[in-house]
Ligand binder design. Structure first.
Ligand code: 9WO
Length: 261
């Protein structure tokens, strides 16, 4: 059954742009992913179709009103037959990672609430939202771009959404390590050469080189990722080699933790 996502937003055209390009577009075309938008403006009852009002307690900006947003959420939930999980995209949410994306893909239909202005009436979050999530520690002007980030990350994990070659790649991305370096023709750009091993045709050596690069770059750039990942004996050996081969001036601040002499 297709992965279903219902987005509650006052800017549906913005969100639907994500399904016009690339992997997400293909997933929708192939019937693997179904995305629909529900606009709170269509659930207003007043002449002016108001979705925002002034904040109690005063201050600048506007707050999204309980009634039209709640009605749009109810319609969204009713449309996605069966169970649903409702998330709100906000800087106050817990920062999500690849594991959360995997959980969303495997879980029930997703209802995404996108706030605008200064945010939505808190009572909606209390009664209508299961989980508040953030895609990074910065403030946007609304939840839509964050929802699009989550949709894009989900689409590439849906079985059949990526080509054969690429799905193997997706596995290596999801193994908790950074990617290895990539090269294509020409072999030489000025004095920059493609690493010899990649031209050798020795598939075992190439696999080990890539794994070593992945481990080494993760160690250098994102040591936090390594701390929460167990290394098997081959991985430990390859990382050890990388660390030993790396020119390491005494007191180099990039060198942290378990560095072998
Ligand atoms: C506006 C604001 C104004 C003055 C002082 C503090 C303030 N916080 C906000 C605010 O958080 N506005 C949000 C805008 C309301 C909800 C939708 N908006 C949003 C979502 N901005 N950034 C996100 C977001 C979502 C997920 N991951 C990262 C950022």
């Amino acid at each position: 059954m297709a992965t279903r996502i219902a987005v509650v937003t006052i800017f549906p055209e913005m969100v639907m742009a994500v399904v016009r390009y690339g992997v997400t577009a293909r997933a929708v075309q192939r019937g693997l992913l179904d995305i629909g938008c529900w606009n709170p403006r269509d659930y207003t009852r007043d002449r002016h179709r108001r979705v925002d009002d002034r904040p109690y307690g005063g201050g600048p900006g506007m707050v999204m009103m309980y009634e039209p947003v709640g009605a749009a959420m109810t319609a969204a939930r009713d449309a996605v037959v069966g169970e649903s999980h409702t998330i709100h995209l906000s800087p106050q949410g817990r920062r999500i990672d690849q594991e959360d994306i995997r959980r969303f893909v495997q879980g029930p239909s997703l209802v995404m609430l996108c706030g605008r202005y200064e945010g939505v009436d808190e009572r909606l979050l209390e009664t209508e939202v299961d989980e508040e999530i953030s895609v990074g520690d910065y403030v946007l002007s609304g939840g839509e771009l964050a929802a699009m980030v989550v949709i894009d990350a989900m689409a590439r994990l849906i079985p059949g959404a990526l080509g054969h070659q690429a799905s193997a790649n997706a596995d290596s991305f999801s193994n908790g390590l950074l990617d290895w370096p990539h090269f294509t023709r020409p072999e030489s750009v000025a004095d920059q050469k493609v690493p010899e091993v990649l031209l050798s045709g020795d598939h075992g050596a190439i696999r080990r080189w890539r794994m070593k690069q992945s481990l080494g770059r993760t160690w250098e750039r994102r040591p936090d990722l390594l701390r929460s990942r167990k290394l098997d004996s081959e991985e430990q050996m390859l990382l050890g080699e990388y660390v030993n081969e790396r020119a390491a001036p005494a007191g180099d601040p990039a060198v942290i933790g378990e560095r072998s002499k």
